[in-house]
Design a protein around this ligand. Sequence first.
Ligand code: B12
Ligand code: SF4
Length: 502
Amino acid sequence: MQAHCKTKPAARVLLIEANNMGKWVGTTMPYEVHIPPLGLMYLASYARAALPGLEFRIVESSLSSPDLSSLEDDSPEKDRLIRVLNEFQPDVVGIRSIAFFLEELQRIASLVRAHSDAKLVAGGPIVQAYKRRLFQEVPELEIAVKGEGEKVFANLLSGSPLSSIAGLLYRTDDGVVENEDQLEEEDIDSLPFPAYDLIDLDEYQRQLSYAYNHRRQGILLTSRGCAYHCTFCFTHWKGIRLRSAANIFEEIKQLHDQHGIEDFYVVDDIFNVNSKRALKLFDLIVAAGIKIRLYFVNGLRADITSEEFVDRAIEAGAVWFTYAVESGTDEIQRLVEKRLDLEKAKRVIAYTQRQNVAVNISTMYGFPTETRELAQRTLDWLSELPKPSLLPYHFCLRFFPGCEINQQALDAGWDPARLELTSRFSYNDMPLGTPTLSKQDMYGIQLEYHRRFGLSNPAAVDGAVRTLRSIGYSDTEIVHMYSVLKRKVIHNVGDLMTAGGN
Ligand code: B12
Ligand code: SF4
């Protein structure tokens, strides 16, 4: 392909989320956590508005084309993705992926090339993480889009010359060309709402949501980017931009009235970065009298959360709060530049827990320079709260290409080859060890976490089950949630409560 190359305008576009839920959760349960692929739904609605007449399909690879190569029954007729490729005959195939799923992106790209001549475009966090290297890793790849995709993808589909489209990387006979970055959309209220008509809400309801229940899922991204700069965090957004409360409410109302959605999962980096906006949204929901449930499934920043925020969120339907704490020590808070005020955080987390809603506390270990003693202090900090985290997650830190913490780790004497390897591991995979924390210590931390607060603690499981029931989870949902968390089939809630220690 030459630098001046013009692609002909597309008519049919297939968008694929390349993920492998088996690799992530490590099980082959009939239900896994699957959330509608919001990024692709945004791309489609924007391109439809900009270029009327385009036809779209969206599929998720682990739902439509699971990798069955390790199983005996891997007959290709079962592969819905191949069927869509044959029937739909797309001109362009756009694939979203993240660094963790590089192998899945490779598998899907070669499957697409084997069944279609469509132009192959990649987008999503994996592009920002790998940049030019992605073209070596994925030989079929022709074009990649960095960062925010709506404008760039619409330009590409319109047939503009590749060299004129900001935000692209593309393969030429002389190598990979990287264009300048595309400026991000300042007024994100102006973006059309995601295209829910392109996904099957019933299929997602059969799977588990980000809050591990079976609902018609409304996914809300009310802001783009984050106001903070934690060194371990991967972000491909540049500036922070907020949607207005009125615009978010309009989307909620539309999804509620047109799609019968009552459960809304907020996936913002930090939803409460502007509390005035949040309180206004809660007021709009309450004033409209619509009965919905809100789940803050991604991080809320605890030290900027007030009791008033918690009360009014609950009044508007919030049942699920996730506080991103990371470490219970000021030393690590400073190192990673999160600088969470741990005393304030403790007060508001305790207050939220007393309201009998689900409260998750995300913590991690395995930071550069973190010793066993520092890691221990995070566990001890957790023990000062009235209850354990409802979701028993104590993550082992992962290093994604492009994050500042990689340099911090190298400065602390880490082996460079190991760093990148960790980005291919899931939350649940076992740690490798660091110069200051042996593999054995890391195992010890995980075991102690689960013994004191998590899956090996009958009182913790018991308390979580009671809370889940009180916020409306059915016993089937609870059983499915714990089957995924424990990676083994649980048959009924009774077994779970008596078998909490297993
Ligand atoms: C919701 C979410 C999840 C959900 C659902 C997964 C999903 N569909 O993303 C769950 C809970 C399952 C999840 C799990 C994990 N996640 Co996650 N997740 C997110 C989160 C919070 C929001 C994703 C989202 O919807 N964003 C909103 C949409 C609009 O943005 P977008 O997808 O990036 O799409 C835009 C552009 O990227 C681009 N684009 C995207 N695709 C394409 C395709 C084409 C063709 C084009 C042209 C453009 C394009 O255009 C879109 C519109 O502007 C992000 C953080 C974030 N704020 O983005 C992390 C994030 C994507 N997750 C991440 C990670 C690491 C994981 C896990 C691997 C964690 C772990 N170690 O176990 C697992 C993997 C499991 C999985 N299946 O994804 C990382 C990825 C880092 C990286 N370098 O790749 C992120 C960035 C968080 C972080 N800062 O670490 N996650
Ligand atoms: S970890 Fe959370 S607060 Fe820190 S930069 Fe990332 S999204 Fe923002």
